[in-house]
Design a protein around this ligand. Sequence first.
Ligand code: FPP
Length: 238
Amino acid sequence: MKPQEITPLPTHIAFIMDGNGRWAKKRGLPRTAGHREGAKTLKKLLRDIEDLGIKYATFYAFSTENWKRSEDEVSTLMKLFEENLDDLVNYQSENVRLRFIGGRERLSEKLQKKMADAEEKSREKTGLTVTLAINYGGRDDIVRAAKRAAELSKDGFLDPSDITEDGFGRLLYTEDIPDVDLMIRTGGESRISNFLLWQISYAELWFTDTLWCDFGRRELEQALSDFAGRNRRYGDAK
Ligand code: FPP
């Protein structure tokens, strides 16, 4: 399908990339092989998202709960992030801005440095904004913002009676990124798993049994066509 054939497109699309472990198991491979394949899927999909003209795409790469996984799986994922950040986006040829959300303090210094470098290199880009959520939790995001509001208030910079939804939203990790319009979860589960809780208040949700590693342009276009046909009322009666 040509990009112009699907309208309206979501401004911000978010992905819960589930099913890597099962993709690997089906092939008799270790779970970590599924994550490697998942990183390739992500890279390929970025080109399609750019081509379709979507402005914001956010990916749940590692949750605050994922530390509970085996040491081997956690370290493979961290290595995958380190290895892929340099060539996830070609800053020479692509107008893509890369951003990260989530707590960085628990990540290795090497990874933190690569994240800061990627953000610095792409800061001025005006095309697609790609956000990777690493050590991210929706509740953690809200609690951190609440703490910042309390500190600002304690230091005399914020009157509690001036706190608004917009103002509070700017204290979240996603500060300048618009709310999510469409959230896609692969892998057959129909839950949000602590992703972008504040930011999905009026998002359309799309769940598919397709495993993340098998997700591609065809499935993306299916989700977008479905989204284009939805009637978004935002609580209105129309
Ligand atoms: C969930 O599937 C997936 C993850 C916890 C990791 C997602 C990470 C990637 C796809 C790699 C991203 C790469 C970069 C460079 C950002 P699962 O392991 O829970 O699958 P299962 O439900 O089949 O066990």
